[in-house]
Design a protein around this ligand. Structure first.
Ligand SMILES: NC(=O)C1=CN([C@@H]2O[C@H](COP(=O)(O)OP(=O)(O)OC[C@H]3O[C@@H](n4cnc5c(N)ncnc54)[C@H](OP(=O)(O)O)[C@@H]3O)[C@@H](O)[C@H]2O)C=CC1
Ligand SMILES: CC(=O)N[C@@H](CCC(=O)OP(=O)(O)O)C(=O)O
Length: 344
């Protein structure tokens, strides 16, 4: 069995990792860390886990000592020293935060306000989006797991970007997120009466996921690819919906667009390209590692509109991290991750 440790186990992403790892047939949870709840059982923090785990929250070093693979689900800036310690101890490190995602130190400093502590470690980190970068994840010691919006948007647009079917950049990305995307800490802007019955655009054209999306899409396209990204908070617990608008370089039929998407994702176990006429919806991917993608065409303006839906806690965080772990440990990629979403 693989011994997995979770640093930041009491946060939303850490707790979701625990839920999924408890269901993974090749893993035991060897340790979980918390500063606020040190000495408490994780099931005391999350009563839903009572009788499923006895794991007790400890300090970070104890988790690293006991684990073969360490997942970190911490606020930005805290993972760098932990990754160094974990790798020095001969173990693997998967970071759910942003400390190793950006390939430019100045971009990391600009958007996250921290410096790189060890450029060699940054150079070693691989970006953990299996659908696009699977080969580099195999054998990696340090994986930067993508953010939630930065998973949903590339999934929605990659077939068109990779095959150079688009004429117009930037790509317009209109995204919605469930409230768990903001983490467990209560803030004024995530308070129930503020969120409930609303739909709040925020950080319009100034969100820190913009450079991360552009980094991924630029790699896939082979040339600079920009996005105009507007996130919105909506009153649901889970889910990211990305609606992306793009202009085609040449006129294409709706059939050709569907064929392109179906072929591109044909071998991807977690991507469902929906039949023509169906529309991706966050309700249909809840609690699963699935990404639903639907493709739509407006012949009047030669605009293609694609919609992707993921669960931000699963494919947008903990599930994708476990998918990366499966690849690193040479397990079938779907191990412990094939959960059917509830129908309603
Ligand atoms: N929520 C989401 O949908 C997604 C989140 N992520 C990323 O995952 C990471 C965790 O996010 P999320 O779970 O939402 O955040 P939460 O705020 O819910 O949890 C943060 C965790 O970090 C711990 N923590 C906070 N400050 C410190 C500190 N100074 N030292 C040690 N531990 C600390 C907290 O533990 P305690 O108080 O118990 O010590 C808690 O376990 C972030 O980097 C986030 O960007 C990525 C994709 C999606
Ligand atoms: C709703 C909400 O607040 N979402 C978060 C993104 C969550 C995420 O993916 O976090 P990181 O990429 O920072 O790890 C935000 O907008 O910053």
């Amino acid at each position: 069995m693989i011994k997995a440790g979770i640093i930041g186990a009491t946060g939303y992403a850490g707790a979701e990792l625990a839920r999924l790892l408890l269901d993974h047939p090749e893993v035991t949870i060897a340790g979980a860390s918390s500063v606020s709840y040190e000495g408490k059982r994780l099931a005391e923090v999350y009563p839903a886990y009572e009788q499923f785990t006895d794991v007790v929250c400890t300090g970070e070093d104890e988790v690293i000592d006991k684990s073969d693979v360490v997942f970190a689900a911490l606020p930005a800036g805290l993972s760098q020293p932990l990754a160094k310690k974990t790798l020095a101890a001969g173990k693997k490190f998967i970071d759910l935060g942003a400390d190793f995602r950006l390939e430019s130190e100045s971009a990391y400093e600009k958007w996250y306000g921290h410096r790189w502590e060890d450029p060699a470690l940054q150079a070693e980190a691989v970006y953990g989006m299996p659908e696009f970068f699977r080969a580099s994840i195999k054998g990696a010691r340090l994986v930067a797991n993508p953010g939630c919006y930065t998973t949903a948007v590339p999934m929605a647009v990659a077939p068109l970007v990779v095959n150079h079917w688009l004429v117009d950049y930037p790509i317009t990305c209109d995204c919605k997120s469930g409230i768990t995307g903001a983490g467990r800490q209560l803030t004024e802007s995530t308070h129930f009466p503020v969120i409930n019955e609303g739909c709040h655009p925020y950080k319009i054209a100034s969100h820190r996921h913009t450079p991360e999306m552009e980094q991924t899409l630029t790699k896939l396209a082979g040339h600079i690819t920009e996005v105009t990204f507007v996130p919105h908070l909506i009153p649901v617990n889970r889910g990211i919906l990305a609606t992306c608008y793009m202009t085609l370089a040449n006129s294409r039929t709706a059939q050709a667009l569907h064929d392109l998407y179906r072929q591109f994702y044909a071998d991807e176990p977690f991507v469902r390209v929906l039949p023509e006429g169906a529309v991706a919806n966050i309700a249909s991917v809840r609690y699963s590692n699935l990404c639903d993608v639907s493709v739509h065409f407006d012949p009047h303006t030669n605009t293609v509109i694609t919609v992707s839906a993921i669960d931000n806690m699963v494919k947008g965080a903990a599930g994708q991290a476990i998918q990366n772990m499966n690849i690193i440990f040479d397990l079938p990629e779907t191990t412990g991750l094939l959960h059917l979403p509830p129908a309603f």
